[in-house]
Design a protein around this ligand. Structure first.
Ligand SMILES: Nc1ncnc2c1ncn2[C@@H]1O[C@H](COP(=O)(O)OP(=O)(O)OP(=O)(O)O)[C@@H](O)[C@H]1O
Ligand SMILES: [Mg+2]
Length: 581
């Protein structure tokens, strides 16, 4: 455990040296009070407690209290401030680390697990470093001092006492194993609770429209019920080792009393020493009983540290060139195979080349792998085998963050942040001026509707951009991409049908955006891509047809049939509309 915590803290552990040192000094100071207590009891027994002695003892006690207040306060504050600083750094590091991971990581880990790592694990780590660690160190120092002291008084009795303490270790270990078992079960369950709550909140509209709010609320209730049952079960299971431990350490005082009295009667022990021993033994027993509480917290620290270490051990996508420069933007796929999950291949032997400044359209049925190709170009994932070259460079060599400077994406689902429209567009290029943002918005045909909003560009959009229509969200995403002006553009057309007005606005916006760029457009409406330089028809993860519109039409294959079907559907729509009129 210490190694894990050591790894997590790194150089930051030096910040904890001073508060730990002050905690140890405080523990030593607390021994003075026991010593005065001992002297007072001896004097009382010997009837030698004079007024002068009382004054001296009181002064020593007062001095000890003042000394401890100073040391304790300083140590306590330092433990908190340094502990919070250290935990803050762990929190920032884990956040940065997770930001650098590939999307594959988010795929494998449910949102609940991630939320737990970022909130509960870091929170536990922080809480224990600031609260439990100082008390544990103090308890251990006090125990060590008392045990050493008792060895000086009577080594035989001290050895017996020590033996009883050793006896409690396996019980602690037993409790430790149970905490490990039930702690990780509890954690998995709490990840599930977070996932279910998030699913419930995000899907509320869908559940409501299908009258499924009750069914899904039941799912949430069941998970909460499981959590309640597991918490009770854990407490039941933990009660056995906890009680056994408490009984063993509480047994310390009667044992010392019994053996000490026996030694006293055999004149192997003076009454002074016996009294001193008893006082120390009482103090030791009290500390050991309270130690159990902190020991459980230390185990929680271990669990949190292990989870955090596990998250840190996941490596971001590797690269060898940090600061590369691309001079051309042609894109080449060379025998690319890909699966999101092992055993479920999504792309098979993909080969094509898109010239710099050309437009490539990706078409095909739903689930064919079109968005996946766009994901691979942006290096959100790495291909399972084969190579992808951009400007002649294998993208596996390139720093993924820097690569994204060369790429703009407009996704199928455009999520907006709960921020002003201005800041949402500014994400494209954070240093852009207000005028540049307005210019991009005009090009993306969204300036008009933004101006009509109550606070214009300073209107705050709701989380995910739900306060705007799908078409408005898409045009804001296009404005972002226009502002970024990256040489490669990945355009995943929304599958949602748009009204003719919105469609023509978006098409105008896209024309602006696509100028002089290497463009990949994932199109669902074939009439928008007939002038693309290259059309790739994907089916079940394989390239079925590839070529220009004219080539593919001449082949009279799948593409030809799709175009004819869409034309027929359009004619049918027009006829239907004219009949209605
Ligand atoms: N994040 C993911 N994790 C696991 N499998 C995924 C993931 N994303 C997509 N898939 C699977 O990969 C396959 C290809 O998906 P992809 O999104 O590329 O299809 P698409 O051609 O873009 O479909 P659509 O036209 O509906 O957008 C599908 O079978 C899908 O279920
Ligand atoms: Mg898609």
């Amino acid at each position: 455990m210490l190694k894990t915590i050591n790894n997590l803290l790194g150089d930051n552990k030096k910040r904890l040296y001073m508060p730990i040192f002050l905690t140890v000094i405080d523990a030593i100071g607390s021994m003075a009070l026991y010593f005065i207590l001992y002297l007072t009891v001896i004097d009382l027994l010997n009837k030698s407690l004079t007024e002068n002695k009382i004054i001296v003892y009181t002064c020593i006690c007062a001095a000890s209290v003042i000394y401890r207040i100073i040391v304790y306060r300083k140590g306590y504050l330092l433990c908190f401030t340094k502990g919070f600083d250290v935990a803050h750094d762990v929190r920032v590091n884990i956040g940065e680390h997770i930001c650098n991971l590939s999307l594959g990581y988010f795929n494998q880990n449910s949102m609940g697990y991630l939320m737990n790592t970022l909130t509960n694990d870091v929170g536990n780590f922080e809480g224990i470093i600031t609260h439990a660690l100082p008390f544990c160190i103090k308890a251990l120092t006090s125990c060590a001092l008392i045990i050493i002291g008792t060895f000086f008084i009577n080594w035989k009795l001290a050895l017996t006492q020590f033996f009883v303490i050793i006896l409690s270790f396996p019980v602690l270990h037993w409790g430790n194993k149970l905490i490990k078992k039930y702690g990780s079960e509890k954690r998995n369950l709490s990840s599930r609770v977070v996932s279910v709550v998030m699913e419930y909140l995000n899907g509320f509209k869908v559940f409501k429209s299908h009258n499924m709010t009750d069914t899904h609320f039941d799912r949430l209730l069941n998970t909460l019920e499981d959590t309640r049952k597991l918490s009770i079960k854990t407490e039941y299971k933990m009660a056995v080792p906890n009680c056994t431990y408490s009984i063993i350490v509480s047994f310390l005082t009667p044992l010392v009393l019994l053996l000490g009295s026996y030694m006293l009667s055999g004149h192997k022990f003076t009454s002074d020493s016996f009294t001193a021993f008893m006082i120390m033994s009482l103090a030791l027993s009290a500390i050991l009983v309270s130690f159990e509480h902190y020991y459980i917290m230390l185990n929680d620290l271990k669990l949190a540290a292990n989870n955090l270490e596990k998250a840190f051990s996941i490596k971001p996508l590797p690269y060898s060139d940090e600061d590369f420069k691309l001079s051309s933007y042609d894109i080449k796929f060379n025998n690319v195979n890909f699966s999101y999950e092992t055993g479920k291949q999504v792309l098979y032997d993909i080969n094509f080349c898109s010239e710099s400044g050309s437009v490539t359209a990706l078409i095909g049925p739903s689930g064919a792998g079109k968005s996946t190709i766009a994901n691979l170009i942006a290096r959100f994932w790495d291909s399972t085998s084969g190579e992808i070259f951009i400007g002649g460079r294998d993208i596996k060599e390139l720093n993924p963050d820097r690569l994204l400077h060369y790429i703009s994406e407009v996704f199928q689902e455009n999520i907006l942040l709960n921020d002003t429209i201005l800041n949402n567009i500014k994400i494209g290029r954070p240093e852009a001026s207000y005028d540049e943002i307005v210019e991009a918005s005009k090009a993306a045909h969204c300036h008009e509707f933004i101006e009509k909003l109550t606070e214009g560009y300073n209107t705050v959009v709701s989380e995910g951009g739900k306060s705007l229509s799908g078409g408005e969200r898409q045009r804001i995403a296009i404005a972002r991409a226009i502002l970024k002006n990256a040489p490669i553009l990945l355009l995943d057309e929304s599958t949602a049908s748009l009204d003719p007005d919105n469609e023509s606005k978006i098409n105008h916006a896209l024309d602006q955006l696509m100028r002089e760029k290497t463009v990949f457009v994932i199109a669902h409406r074939l009439n928008t891509i007939s002038h693309a330089d290259q059309i790739i028809l994907l089916n079940n993860g394989k390239i079925e047809e590839i070529g220009s519109h004219d080539n593919l039409m001449q082949q009279k294959g799948h593409y030809f049939r799709m175009v004819k079907e869409q034309e027929a559907a359009r004619k049918w729509n027009i006829k239907g509309e004219s009949k209605n009129e």
